[in-house]
Design a binder for this molecule. Structure first.
Ligand code: ATP
Length: 337
């Protein structure tokens, strides 16, 4: 196989946070978190290939993005409620940054072309960009290891590189159910033996994560760097236990997102949607991460489908999924290596 024919594909999951506890920012501006991540079965796919023509252009990495066929995101693009142009195609794309970081660690960039098949709504609080970075890290590592005849960097090293790209990236590599501390990248896996059924309702407009944190700061009167810093509340062990055994009513009782109030202050119409989903049968609803995607918890797969159908009848975008699922993974049948 000539180098120009080499390619590798990897997928990575989206996430929501069953708990997201926020503390006062440290002097470098980061908010310490205590969070319970759950990886959900909506996956981004990144295919990386060697393209020596790309080596001579710009940074040596180029990216294209397509909506993943059959995904809710593809329907959003088709109906005009989402725009592909919201995704940067330059070196600020997280998948490009991931490819550059991996090629630096391998010591060579022969020219890398990336294709993202996107299923996760953009700027929705589901970590789609982080999933792209995680999938790109895994795919480009496999690609360059083969091309350069070197060992792969491996999962641990990729998680460390991922933490330099974004706080959620290491979790997208790890997957499953995990407690996250610090910026969210100090992770501890929680073993699980059952699944939760979730319904996501993406919104027409995105919310920028920094704007939601600024709103949180405003509500908590964080104005100076010299005040005493309040740590995030510790995770609730009852929630962690309930999530581990797939106890949906237990999770519904204890789920908590400190970024929900600031997100609702920025987009007040989300409050009515949260109540409405519960009226339609959800056990609980919350804003996913920094929003504005809303996540509902259903009692069963059937209940999740009923909820999706009810929301779609009202002409909303909605889809059901399950979690926890595995983190970033190579897709062997797609690759030529
Ligand atoms: P998080 O919850 O991790 O803050 P999010 O799910 O709210 O993220 P993303 O979809 O990851 O939001 O995108 C946030 C912003 O990042 C986008 O508005 C876009 O400008 C930029 N971005 C960079 N790379 C990507 C990518 N590969 N896919 C989507 N957005 C990207």
């Amino acid at each position: 196989m000539s180098p120009a024919g080499l390619r590798a594909s990897a997928s990575a999951p989206a996430k929501t946070n069953l708990a997201l506890h926020v503390g006062d920012p440290t002097p470098d501006g980061y908010h310490p978190l205590e969070t319970l991540f759950i990886a959900v079965d909506v996956r981004e796919t990144v295919t990386a290939s060697i393209n020596t023509h790309v080596a001579r252009r710009g940074s040596g990495v180029m990216v294209t993005v397509s909506p993943a066929p059959g995904s809710e995101y593809a329907e959003m693009i088709q109906s005009g409620t989402a725009r592909l142009s919201d995704i940067p195609l330059d070196d600020s794309n997280l998948a490009v940054r991931a490819a550059l970081a991996v090629s630096e660690a391998h010591g060579d960039n022969p020219g890398i072309e990336l294709r993202i098949d996107k299923a996760v709504p953009v700027a929705g609080g589901m970590g789609g960009g982080s999933a792209d970075a995680a999938a790109a890290l895994v795919a480009v590592d496999a690609l360059l290891a083969k091309h350069l005849d070197q060992p792969r960097l491996g999962r641990h090293r990729l998680m460390n590189i991922g933490s330099t790209l974004g706080a959620d990236v290491p979790f997208m590599i790890l997957g499953g159910l995990a407690e996250g501390r610090g910026k969210g990248d100090d992770l501890r896996t929680v073993e699980t033996d059952d699944q939760l059924h979730l319904v996501f309702v993406p919104q027409d407009q995105g919310l920028a994560t920094p704007a939601v944190f600024r709103q949180w700061d405003h509500a908590h009167r964080v104005h100076t760097a010299h005040r005493s810093q309040r740590a995030p509340d510790p995770l609730n062990p009852a929630l962690v236990r309930a999530a581990a055994i797939g106890d949906a009513p237990g999770v519904a009782t204890w789920v908590r997102n400190d970024l929900q109030s600031p997100a609702l202050e920025l987009l007040p119409e989300l409050a009515a949607l949260l109540n409405h989903g519960v009226d339609l049968g959800a056990l609980a609803g919350w804003v996913s991460g920094s929003g504005p995607t809303v996540c509902f918890l259903a009692e069963s797969a059937e209940a999740a489908e009923d909820l999706v159908n009810g929301l779609r009848r009202e002409h909303r975008h909605a889809f059901s999924t399950t979690g926890p699922v595995v983190g970033a993974q190579l897709i062997p049948e797609w690759g030529t290596i």
